[in-house]
Design a protein around this ligand. Structure first.
Ligand code: GEK
Length: 243
């Protein structure tokens, strides 16, 4: 099945509203995220591979900010151990509803429980793998420490957190360069200058990127014993943190 093309910002929008994960975004989401996030397909596939490596019988995995379940599906396809469970969480009812129907078409045996909830309100428990693929960036900065601490507390020793984010750079020249390269990436994927500019305005107060150092410091302060970047393309990176 081909993805519905994202044309949300193709025409001038007279009053740009803050970006929200509503039904119009759900409709075009797979196309939008692949054309907008450099490395997305690789990050999702490797999330599955990592989950396969870190799960043993009865393991629990979380996909926080699961959207349409891409990471849950990748984990499901790679988990070989018996009795595992994946818990997908998203606070957009439209995302959860569509995610449920996508998962229903997948025949893999590992069950996926979907929760329509704020990731800040759930308790992570007995987890071997916790995935935050492009979700922390939407949480208010002041509330990010508490979420990462909650994840650390809910991970079993030997468990792993995968955190993928749009990042910023402390050096203003590098920051500007990476922003420009990202916009060039989007234009190479068929977005017009108008689409790039309107999306940027709609999302700038909603998606707040931090530097890799800020992420590393927060992860270390939460108690994780090891952490490093395993993937980066321009201003998009994925970190792995071990408990
Ligand atoms: C993927 N991980 O395909 N609580 C729960 N969900 C939230 C919250 C919150 N506080 N804030 C935002 N979301 C997915 C992609 S998209 C990334 C994740 C993007 C949800 C929001 O509804 C959306 O579905 C998701 O986080 C972010 O790998 O669109 O850039």
């Amino acid at each position: 099945m081909t993805d519905t093309p994202d044309t949300i910002y193709a025409n001038p929008v007279p009053t740009l509203r803050a970006f929200a994960f509503d039904s119009s975004v759900v409709e075009v989401f797979p196309d939008m995220i692949k054309r907008s996030v450099p490395g997305y397909t690789t990050i999702i596939a490797m999330t599955g591979m990592l989950a396969g490596k870190y799960t043993n019988a009865g393991a629990r995995c979380y996909d926080l900010g699961c959207s349409l379940g891409a990471s849950s599906l990748a984990m499901r396809q790679n988990i070989k151990a018996d009795g595992c469970k994946i818990i997908g969480v998203d606070n957009s009812p439209e995302m959860i509803e569509r995610c449920r129907s996508i998962l229903d078409t997948d025949t893999n045996p590992t069950p996926v429980e979907l929760l329509c909830a704020d990731v800040q309100d759930i308790t992570v428990s007995d987890a071997k793998v916790v995935v935050l693929n492009f979700t922390l960036q939407f949480i208010p900065v002041a509330q990010r420490d508490a979420l990462i601490r909650n994840i650390y507390a809910g991970l079993e020793p030997g468990g792993v957190m995968i955190l993928s984010e749009k990042v910023s750079f402390a050096d203003p020249h590098l920051d500007q360069l990476n922003i420009e390269l990202h916009h060039q990436f989007k234009q190479a994927n068929g977005y017009s200058e108008l689409e790039v500019a309107q999306k940027r305005s709609a999302i700038e107060d909603v998606l707040i990127p931090e530097t890799l150092d800020q992420h590393r410091q927060r992860i270390a302060a939460a108690g994780f014993s090891s952490c490093d970047v395993w993937f980066q393309c321009f201003n998009f990176a994925s970190l792995i943190a071990l408990k």
